[in-house]
Design a protein around this ligand. Structure first.
Ligand SMILES: [Zn+2]
Length: 102
């Protein structure tokens, strides 16, 4: 399985071709399946507490949307980091989660 990067599209591809259209359609769907809202087991208040820790403390955390695990070493705007407990690439920075859920 190779990922299609929209920026890598070759210029001579006929965009009206049905195969290309179905690929684009798939890509669009993938992009709208972005993780949003709150990770499992988290409230907005709890996420906000983490954001505060990251802003005013020494913490640098992200939360996994698959299992709700708190991960260290995430930038505030981290996206799709690999989770240390479940292995899914669904760890997002707490600040990013807060902004998209608030
Ligand atoms: Zn996880």
């Amino acid at each position: 399985m190779s990922k299609v990067n929209p920026d890598d599209r070759v210029p001579f591809v006929n965009l009206d071709h049905p195969v290309v259209q179905s690929l684009l359609e798939k890509e669009k769907k993938k992009n709208t399946q972005e993780d949003r809202g709150l990770p499992p087991g988290w409230t907005l208040d709890a996420v906000m507490e983490e954001v505060k820790e990251c802003m005013f403390g020494m913490a640098n955390t992200g939360i996994c949307y698959a299992c709700g695990d708190l991960q260290e070493g995430c930038e505030p705007d981290a996206q799709r980091y690999e989770c240390n407990s479940c292995g899914e690439r669904r760890v997002y920075g707490t600040e990013h989660i807060f902004i998209t859920s608030a």
